[in-house]
Design a protein around this ligand. Sequence first.
Ligand code: ARG
Length: 226
Amino acid sequence: AGSLQTVKKGKLIMATNAEFPPYEFHEGDDIVGIDAEIAGEIAKKLGLELEIEDVAFSAVIPEVISGKADMVMAGMSVTEERKQNVDFSKTYADTVQVIIVKDNSDIAKPEHLEKKTIGVQEGTTGAILAEGVKDANIESYNKGVDAVQSLIQNKVDAVIIDEETAKALIKDTSGIKILDTAFAKEEYAIAVKKGNKELLTQIDKALAELESEGKIKEIVKKYIKA
Ligand code: ARG
């Protein structure tokens, strides 16, 4: 691993959007969360120092394409469209998109979203799902937490976002709830610049080791209470 070429010598630069608890979020001056900790463990195995670049979610893929970051780790779901632009590691977690509504909402299932105003985080798979809803009006936010804030203020009727993030974002708020959906399962993986086989191989190897060591489970447990 010592000879691994990265953007900055001796560093592993991770592009993320730290507005996505429990995967990456700000805690004081630090960026913490499941992804941040797994990335730290990967860096350690590669003999590199982790550096986190916090940018808008829609800017994380451009960071690796332009060669400013080595990898994206951002609770990012693998999609066919993204595969055109980056290469993905093995997956390390999965999720489903859920709908957050007010307790007294008339929305009880995805079909009820028709003609409603839906809040999403820009550039996410939740936004793509919202775009597929007939006659819906979409409000796009920089941060998922702002979409939830708008829901509380009745500026949107629903928010579509990843399940664990939904739970984390509403945990201290009363009057809103999460609706289960049958949206397709999504898988989180790390993305690297297309063709960066050397780094991808090392990341996959590190992820496989962390998995067999039980380290991933341990990190997840720390942030997601069963
Ligand atoms: N899983 C969703 C996607 O891939 C949302 C990810 C948002 N991540 C973030 N760090 N804000 O589009």
